[in-house]
Design a protein around this ligand. Structure first.
Ligand code: S3P
Length: 213
């Protein structure tokens, strides 16, 4: 039986000693486990908000001239993480982008600081079941080449949860929402957090979004 749709989107703004928005570049950075929709939502958000879209996985593939499974084969996960950190460093100092990241980017402590310096960090969260459903169609994630991918997802998610939390300004539960709705929530929250005094979201028939201050 289908679960009833939960129509209240959970957006949790994290508060503690994260760097003030004036000390950060003006990007929206998407983090979260594989299959939580970083690329899909990032592309929609970039169109709606008129910001450029970059994906750290794409930058890695471009730089190495190889797909991710082959990079893992050649240099292992540790080698992949070094390249990933390097690519992240390369994005420093520039704003105006939606930046989607690989699911394991938060496993390197240095990356947490780099992510926060890049802008407003949004953690796209989902349950193990949703993630499994979303990733099982696709064979390009070497960490899931295991006997029991569902268990691997459960274990990795448990290991990483605190790191996603440490890195993020906002957590969005994505299970029951359409990418458009999530994009609206993220844009509004980023506007509030970056100090716009008033945020106006205008939803047209085409779901265009407009943020005014
Ligand atoms: C990884 C996630 C992948 C990719 C690589 C490792 C991870 O990105 O960076 O396979 O460690 O979770 P997506 O989250 O875009 O699938």
């Amino acid at each position: 039986m289908r679960k009833p749709l939960r129509r209240q989107m959970l957006l949790v703004l994290m508060k503690d000693n994260r760097p003030a928005s004036k000390d950060r570049c003006q990007n929206i950075v998407l983090i979260g486990f594989m299959g939580t929709g970083k690329t899909t939502i990032g592309k929609i958000a970039s169109e709606r908000l008129g910001l450029a879209f970059v994906d750290t996985d794409d930058l890695i593939v471009e730089r190495e001239g190889q797909p991710i499974p082959q990079i893992f084969e050649r240099v292992g996960e540790a080698g992949f993480r070094k390249i990933e950190t390097d690519v992240l460093r390369g994005l420093a100092g520039e704003g105006g982008k939606i930046i989607a990241t690989g699911g394991g980017i938060i496993t390197q402590p240095e990356n947490i600081r780099l992510l926060q310096e890049l802008g407003f960090v949004v953690w796209l969260a989902a349950t193990v079941e949703t993630i499994f459903e979303r990733v099982s169609m696709n064979r390009d994630r070497p960490l899931l080449y295991t006997e029991d991918p569902l268990q691997t997802i459960t274990d990795l998610l448990a290991e990483r949860e605190a790191q996603y939390e440490a890195a993020s300004d906002l957590r969005v539960e994505t299970d029951n929402f359409h990418a458009d709705e999530i994009t609206h929530g993220i844009a509004a929250s980023a506007g509030v957090a970056s100090g716009l005094t008033k945020v106006v979201l205008t939803l047209s028939k085409a779901s265009a979004i407009c943020i005014a201050s």
